[in-house]
Design a protein around this ligand. Sequence first.
Ligand code: IPE
Ligand code: IPE
Ligand code: MG
Length: 247
Amino acid sequence: MALFQKETAQAEPDFSNLPQHIAIIMDGNGRWAKQRGLPRTAGHAAGAENFRKVATYAKEIGLQYLTVYAFSTENWKRPQEEVNAIMRLLKKYLLEAIDQMERDRVKMHFFGDLTPLTPELRKLCDRTQEISTHYDGCQVNICLNYGGRDELVRAMKAWYADCQSGLRDPEALTEQVVSDYLFSKGVPDPDLIIRPSGELRTSNFLLWQSAYSEYYFTDVLWPDFSTAELDKAIAAFQKRSRRFGGV
Ligand code: IPE
Ligand code: IPE
Ligand code: MG
């Protein structure tokens, strides 16, 4: 018996009933480049370009929240040259995003500890976040040096410090309080988490927030994950039955 049944979703989603929050693990850049005999960095460039397209589309269809996994706490293990190339692409993306912000009105946030980034990059991240604070378009959360476990450890430390200083009562700890200490404070949990590239794992992404998220896996590599692929994922999501433990 097959473990997973292939979803035979229609490609056309119901745009009047979109999930509120979609999260994407942007994986497969390296393999995309390898298939073409190109260096991995070319795959990251293609991935960044695709992110631009998908984010624009998300805004156009009226999605409220898009969260993307761009660089994990574990990705520092990669060769220095590859890490540098990813950071350069990020800088390029942010400079262009700042340029187009008035037009796009996309609200940008960063999930993750930005302190290991260069001061220049940190400043760009702060600036994009600041400029877009009052925009009401789609909120795009970029997970950068993000790890779900790291996020929980940070939350525990911050909560403990607040308990020590009397701001919090340890007896009053609830799930909502935990959520309020995460990078995603105030953002609803993702309804749908998409992982392209064929890997069937979360790789430390949104561990707390994904408790009841629907997953969508596809073999398509991230640079090839077109807006039509996003439509397919949304259509598949719309056929699921979410029970949240009920009947
Ligand atoms: C995702 O693509 C980008 C980052 C993790 C930064 P990969 O670089 O992991 O691509 P594959 O998985 O090696 O194909
Ligand atoms: C997850 O992809 C992180 C990002 C896409 C940013 P990885 O390529 O790092 O994950 P693993 O190593 O295959 O689990
Ligand atoms: Mg990968």
